[in-house]
Design a protein around this ligand. Sequence first.
Ligand code: G3P
Length: 273
Amino acid sequence: MKIFIDTAKIDEIETAFSWGIIDGVTTNPSLIKSAVDELKSKGEKIDIKTYIKRILEIAKGFPVSLEVIGTSFEEMYREAKILYEEFNKIADNVVIKIPINPSLEEKASYDGLKTIYKLSKEGIPVNVTLIMKVEQAILASKAGARYVSPFAGRIDDYLRNKIGWKDFKKEDYYPEKGIQFKEQVLDDEGIVSGVDLVKKIVDVFNKYNFKTEIIAASIRNSRQVREIALTGCQIATIPFYVLSEILIHYKTAEGMRKFISDVVPEYKQIFYK
Ligand code: G3P
């Protein structure tokens, strides 16, 4: 299983890469905003091109997804070419993120598929984002996507919102098997959780031997990472705070305290004279 880091913050990317566990980076306009806002709050000036180039250098040898900002084929194709031409020469690791359906309303725009197809034909790797349905993932793969990114956490948000559940935190666990509500399990057209969405995409892609890799995205907690791993999904893109959460366990900390307090001078003198 590959682990990508889902952030545009250079300090987080650098730190996570220094642990040897990271196989790629995913960004999006919201993650870039969060990185830029943080730098601005510290009074730092940002040269965004230099900033992105630094990310690409840190991640050399591993894919970095950069997203377009337009909503029409013409805009997205043009932006994708700009991103690829400007940045891929730095470390040859740019992947272009294109939304499956760039419409701002709940209606179909085919411009996402058209852009995915054209870029893929030209050999530009595409990560198709905002995947909320198995069927969307199938179309993205058929159009030539290198990666599809189902948003697990946002499906869980959607299911909670359906029943007017408001008092949950973004990082709260949502059961893979779903939640019972009024004698039936809450679902979005048969999908009972974000992990269930990922699992079903994995099943379909395996059935038909699709070559597109699946990046489970919008991951919010440690347990969700385990459940995603058990689906057989090739990649999980994980925010830094979830990587930290993975390391924490009551018994790990307790065990550490015991080991440290049990160190005898005879053993200690190996290390310290
Ligand atoms: O990779 C997608 C991700 O950044 C979205 O995460 O937590 O905002 O749903 P989230």
